[in-house]
Design a binder for this molecule. Structure first.
Ligand code: THU
Length: 138
């Protein structure tokens, strides 16, 4: 699957985002090494602290279904649920980067960001989370 195809799946999933408090809608499409895609959105909560990010929703769906090997994640977000809202890259938060680190080889996992100018930013997890702590450190 191409970066563009994976990103398109994330964009199509944006209307599932539940973000009544921030109005910031995020969706993610997580690709397994054997080509399956798990989709996630942010799910906010009136307590705010119980909010779950789109990336973690995608990871927790996949891991809970038995998946352990991943090759890439496409992430989109903005103040709306259609492509016109995607004015900037939606960078993954630190907690989500650390969740990726639990299951992904930092040098062999791509994070794909997109904005509606048509530009992509593709970086490895190592680039987004350098000098990281992971399972092999315990
Ligand atoms: N959000 C994500 O879904 N992913 C991120 O990596 C950053 C933030 C969500 C959480 C919250 O619902 C909204 O964006 C504003 O922080």
């Amino acid at each position: 699957m191409t970066n563009e195809e994976l990103t398109r799946k994330a964009i199509e999933f944006l209307p599932r985002s539940y973000a009544p408090y921030s109005g910031f809608h995020v969706a993610a499409a997580l690709l397994t090494k054997d080509g399956k895609v798990y989709l996630g959105c942010n799910i906010e909560n009136s307590s705010l602290g119980a909010t779950n990010c789109a990336e973690r929703t995608a990871f927790f769906k996949a891991v809970s279904e038995g998946e352990r090997e991943f090759s890439a994640i496409a992430i989109v977000g903005g103040k709306g649920t259609d492509e016109s809202a995607l004015a900037d890259y939606a960078y993954p938060c630190g907690i989500c980067r650390q969740v990726m680190r639990e299951f992904c080889d930092p040098d062999d996992f791509n994070i794909i960001l997109y904005k509606n100018s048509g530009e992509y930013l593709v970086q490895t997890l190592e680039q987004m989370l350098p000098h990281s702590f992971g399972p092999e450190n315990l």
